[in-house]
Write a protein that binds this ligand. Structure first.
Ligand SMILES: Cc1ncc(C[n+]2csc(CCOP(=O)(O)OP(=O)(O)O)c2C)c(N)n1
Ligand code: SF4
Length: 284
């Protein structure tokens, strides 16, 4: 039986009405249906935040870890079972603040997984503090006079760290987002999908209207997705905001290159018994 959207049905969501996460949820189910990946054929990892509640609303294998840690969790799962597609979900605070270190190192290793970055430019779950992607001057409970630092640019950081697939999407553009998710999950190696995801309750600057006035589609331009310099230049645009695939490159993944992973996935191998007495003796 082909996979259908209802296969993922679990429980109703508690996200605020009109939250951008609803678009991501729907587009993701559409992408999994297009890929014919059922609940037991994909594994999610989450950090902590509103985005992390997604596994409560979708029936798949999933592991909700610590704040900022969906990437190392995903890498570990991929090492044990290199055959299962792994999708890591993270908030911008989660991934670029607390988990910032993991972001660059998972990318440079080219672990074979997809990162879905719910980029609402604020800390949603903890009621709207300033996040690493909040625009300069953004006022919140944690920066009442406006944030001083310049925002992180996840795309330029990913490109300069060696990412092999870099894309950006808008949660309201369901079909565009779902197409990008299909490409990202099919990509061999690390894929970043940075998603503009309006937090309607706390971020009163980066609203649906704000994005609608700025986004345009890269696929409607002559952008060459194999040109890294062109991708960097597009990622640096701030007046208008391109969405779509910025960059794609074929390079062996970490899992392809690690000799211990050759052959059967570790999860399918016989554990067997090993005599470790001599090793313990040597370490005494
Ligand atoms: C190490 C650590 N620091 C802080 C927290 C508290 N905390 C939980 S969720 C959260 C904010 C989440 O914001 P974001 O990652 O942007 O995700 P969103 O809720 O917007 O989806 C924070 C600060 C925590 N759980 N662990
Ligand atoms: S607080 Fe923001 S991100 Fe969280 S559910 Fe509400 S609208 Fe969505």
């Amino acid at each position: 039986m082909p996979v259908n959207m209802n296969d993922f049905k679990k429980q109703d969501s508690t996200w605020c009405p009109a939250c951008g996460n609803f678009g991501i949820w729907t587009a993701l189910k559409k992408a999994l249906v297009k890929l014919d990946l059922g609940p037991d054929q994909v594994c999610f990892t989450m950090g902590i935040g509103c985005h992390g509640h997604l596994h409560n609303y979708m029936k798949t294998y999933a592991f909700e870890g610590l704040h900022g840690r969906s990437l190392p969790l995903g890498a570990a799962i991929k090492m044990v079972n290199k055959d299962i597609p792994v999708v890591a979900f993270a908030g911008d605070g989660d991934c670029l603040g607390e988990g910032g270190n993991h972001f660059v190192h998972t990318i440079r290793a080219n672990h074979d997984m997809t990162l879905v970055l719910h980029d609402n430019q604020t800390y949603g779950l903890t009621t709207g503090q300033t996040a690493p992607t909040s625009l300069k001057g953004y006022k919140s409970k944690s920066t009442p006079s406006g944030v001083i630092e310049t925002p992180f640019n996840p795309l330029t950081l990913a490109l300069s760290s060696g990412a092999t697939f870099v894309a950006r999407a808008f949660s309201q553009d369901l079909s565009g987002l779902s197409d990008i998710l299909v490409k990202a999950i099919s990509h061999k190696g690390f894929a970043l999908v940075d998603i503009f995801q309006p937090c309607v309750t706390f971020n009163k600057v980066n609203t649906y209207q704000w994005f609608k006035e700025r986004v345009y589609k890269l696929e409607e331009t002559d952008h060459d997705t194999s040109d890294k310099i062109a991708a960097l230049s597009k990622a640096l645009e701030t007046e208008k905001l391109p969405i779509g695939v910025f960059y794609e490159e074929k390079r062996p993944s970490y899992e392809d290159e690690l000799p211990q992973l050759e052959g059967e996935p570790i999860v399918n191998r016989e554990a067997g018994k090993r005599d470790v007495d001599s090793l313990m003796e040597a370490l005494r």
